[in-house]
Design a protein around this ligand. Structure first.
Ligand SMILES: O=C(O)CCC(=O)C(=O)O
Ligand SMILES: [Fe+2]
Length: 362
């Protein structure tokens, strides 16, 4: 059994599947294999309903530079805090990450997924692990997503697995390294701002996330002849504090569940989609919402995305922040170590909000 070389078996699994592209599309077979067909899938959104007279709501958009300069009681910050409560998702523009870097990243990631199977197999998730190329299979009959993904921990640097990040093609590795450091700055700034909305001082939030654990998932969603049968990614909430998602090639498909309705996240060039994860819902004692989202796939076009997950450091305790707890406002979630949190999170597949529900105080 191979386990993370730093932590004791918190990132564990049984075995894995490489990907749709190499195991399905590039092999002769008829129709969509049973293991991808979701009989319980909620129908795709009928976009013809999204007309000018009756448009679907769209997730809020913020200018990052404006947020940075905004006073604690400004309308702009209040709008942001409301977005985190009501939507759990927002987009940021003017974030300072250069278009050149984003273009380079797009080029490198697209090329990576086009590598021959032998190259990608080098990164395949090993038994007992959850990091690497592919999808973890935990049970017989498990349904698989119509997406090829590569997940790994990138920070702290000593937690990188020697056969993953350090072995990536050097041009991808260098570009990712720059991207990760740019996103770390952005992520920490956003976390600090979000802290203000729950009456935390910036120090408190920084202490939780500073030198934290960051991971990333790159996903390639191949086109599918019967998109209504499959999920690009099953409805889930993220286990992170926050996630910064980059819709690399501009092809949509991300949808979030708001007030019982699936709403598409529109693509905005050079914008990042930011969402609240389960850990932030816990820390904020339910003030901020970690929202269900899914990816639907497309008949003609492939979708490529990269998400970066910002988590507290190992050794941190997570639980509702003390400044929010009063006798009228008791803790809604348990307090636990990050290690126990990861054990619980990585022992299951992404599926609804099941992990968060387990951490709720009865
Ligand atoms: O590809 C996307 O748009 C979303 C991916 C996602 O939700 C995830 O990786 O957690
Ligand atoms: Fe997600």
């Amino acid at each position: 059994m191979v386990s993370s070389h730093v932590t004791n078996n918190v990132f564990t699994s049984s075995h894995s599947f490489l990907g749709v592209l190499d195991e399905v599309i590039n092999k002769p077979q008829k129709g969509i294999p049973e293991m991808f067909i979701r009989s319980d899938k909620e129908p795709l959104i009928d976009l013809s309903m999204n007309d000018k007279t009756n448009p679907l709501p769209t997730i809020p958009i913020f200018d990052f530079q404006t947020l940075l300069c905004a006073g604690d009681n400004s309308t702009e910050l209040h709008k942001l805090f409301s977005a985190c409560k009501d939507w759990g998702f927002f987009q940021v523009v003017n974030h300072g990450v250069s278009s050149e870097l984003l273009e380079k990243l797009k080029f490198e990631i697209q090329n990576f997924f086009k590598l021959p199977i032998e190259e990608k197999t080098k990164y395949k998730i090993k038994p007992g692990d959850v990091q690497g190329y592919g999808t973890v299979i935990r049970s017989e009959g498990q349904k698989l997503d119509w997406g090829d993904r590569f997940f790994m921990v990138t920070n702290p640097v000593e937690m990188r697995k020697p056969h993953l990040f350090p072995q990536l093609p050097s041009s991808l590795r260098d570009t990712l390294e720059t991207y990760l450091s740019e996103l770390k700055k952005l992520g920490m700034a956003i976390l600090g701002i979000l802290g203000k909305g729950i009456k935390m001082n910036m120090k408190e939030m920084e202490e939780i996330f500073d030198e934290g654990n960051q991971s990333m998932r790159m996903t390639y969603y191949p086109p599918c002849l019967q998109p209504e049968l499959v999920d690009g990614i099953n409805p889930h909430s993220d286990g992170s504090g926050i996630t910064i998602l980059n819709q690399i090639n501009g092809v949509g498909g991300l949808e979030i569940k708001k007030d019982g309705v699936w709403i598409p996240v529109t693509f905005l060039p050079d914008a990042f989609v930011i969402n609240i994860g389960d850990i932030m819902e816990i820390i904020s004692n339910g003030v901020y919402s970690s929202i269900l989202h899914r990816v639907t796939v497309n008949k003609e076009k492939e979708r490529v995305s990269i998400g970066m997950f910002f988590n507290p450091k190992f050794g941190a305790e997570i639980g509702p922040v003390k400044s929010l707890i009063t006798s009228e406002n008791p803790p809604l979630f348990k307090t636990l170590s990050m290690e126990d949190y990861y054990k619980s999170f990585f022992s299951r597949n992404l599926d609804g909000k099941t992990n968060l529900e387990r951490l709720r105080v009865n």
